[in-house]
Design a protein around this ligand. Structure first.
Ligand code: MG
Length: 384
């Protein structure tokens, strides 16, 4: 029985993680849940799974939660509560599925104690991948990818006898990208698309942040950086290919020219289940893929001019230091501005590049410097 903490339990990854736990009741047990604001739902989840510890980041909501929580359920409050939930004793895996930069502190709290983290919050690795992986090396904690592409790479690499270390027989990693709602519509003007159109992802049902990141393809840019840290490979060994069906979730090409791919229906429970049960596989209740029914799978090169976020992310990662942190923060603020209909979709990458140009990079930052760079980028954008 693995004991699990789910951070961000009311988001789409969190709810799906709980479905996986529900389907494997003799393998997985939830011991704590954390949410940002939705305390009504987290209390329902706590009741369903017999969880005794819930954390609510928003202090006002945490106080309301404490008033109505049943006897025997402890309510942790604020950012400290989130970190405390991530750093509980006797936990096998912390699922980090909180949105954005807020995932960094609890991820650090868990891995610094030697607890494995099943990571969905790619922003934590983008902003501070060096610090997170360094802490993992010190304590022996592992990062288990939940992002479907990285789960695919992880599955291919572990199947080939290479896990996250010693990937020297790997020629390159190939991340597949669905292309979001616009990559296969070359006539759509990305200056003029509406929020509703951008939120209409053809394959995946996800939260608004990652769905907009998919529409700009910044999601794939962030995933390039995520892969760099998870698999300890240089950026020039990580490529992107468009694959609109989202059946092949990514591929590994080895030095002998052989390629391994992982395929399944686009259902995020598969990646979550593999992360939680690794290195075992269990039947669970996931849908089967029928390739004959699929018929055709397509692959093509992304349009780098139309989707500059792929280039921007590579440049940020190559520059290193606090530059990816700033890129990530600028993107989070810009996505929020697009969702609030204050800027256009193309305005997102213009804002991100503008902030990156103004940033004085700090090399080899510590955690405080990472948070300072993040704050600098957010403040300068709010003042605009
Ligand atoms: Mg992904």
């Amino acid at each position: 029985m693995k004991k699990i903490v789910v951070l961000g339990s009311t988001g789409s990854i969190g709810e799906n993680a709980l479905k996986v736990v529900d389907s494997l009741p003799d393998k997985l047990q939830v011991v704590a849940l954390a949410v940002n604001t939705n305390y009504e739902r987290v209390l329902e989840q706590a009741k369903q799974f017999g969880v005794k510890i819930v954390a609510v980041t928003d202090p006002v909501k945490a106080a309301e939660c404490a008033k109505v929580a049943p006897a025997g359920v402890e309510v942790l409050c604020g950012d400290d509560g989130l970190e405390a939930a991530a750093a509980l004793d006797d936990v096998d895996i912390v699922v980090c599925a909180v949105v954005g930069m807020a995932g960094l502190k609890p991820t650090m709290a868990a891995v610094s104690r030697g607890t494995d983290v099943a990571i969905a919050t790619k922003e934590a690795l983008v902003a501070a991948g060096g610090l997170v992986t360094e802490a993992c090396k010190k304590t022996g904690a592992s990062l288990l990818p939940i992002d479907s592409e990285h789960s695919a790479l992880f599955q291919c690499l572990t199947t080939a006898g290479r896990a996250t270390n010693g990937v020297s027989n790997v020629k390159r990693l190939i991340l597949t990208a669905s292309g979001g709602p616009f990559a296969f519509k070359p006539d759509v003007d990305l200056e003029r698309v509406s929020v509703k159109e951008a939120l209409n992802h053809p394959r995946w049902s996800m939260g608004p942040k990652v769905t907009i990141d998919s529409a700009t393809m910044m999601n794939k840019g962030l995933e390039i950086i995520e892969a760099r840290w998870l698999f300890d490979l240089s950026l020039d060994k990580i490529d992107v290919i468009l694959h609109p069906e989202s059946i092949v979730h990514s591929l590994v090409e080895f030095v002998d020219g052989s390629m391994l791919a992982q395929m399944s229906l686009p259902d995020m429970r598969l990646a979550i289940q593999y992360a939680l049960t690794y290195p075992e596989r269990y039947a669970g209740d996931l849908p089967a893929l029928n390739l004959a029914e699929m018929g055709n799978l397509h692959f093509s090169e992304p349009d780098m001019d139309r989707f500059p976020c792929l280039r921007i992310a590579r440049e940020a990662s190559l520059r290193g230091g606090t530059m990816p942190t700033v890129m990530n923060a600028a993107n989070e603020v810009a996505v929020a501005a697009f969702l609030a209909e204050k800027i256009s979709l193309a305005g997102i990458w213009r804002m991100v590049e503008n902030i990156m140009e103004r940033h004085n990079v700090i090399d080899n930052p510590d955690l405080a410097e990472v948070f300072a760079a993040d704050k600098w980028a957010r403040n300068i954008m709010i003042k605009r």
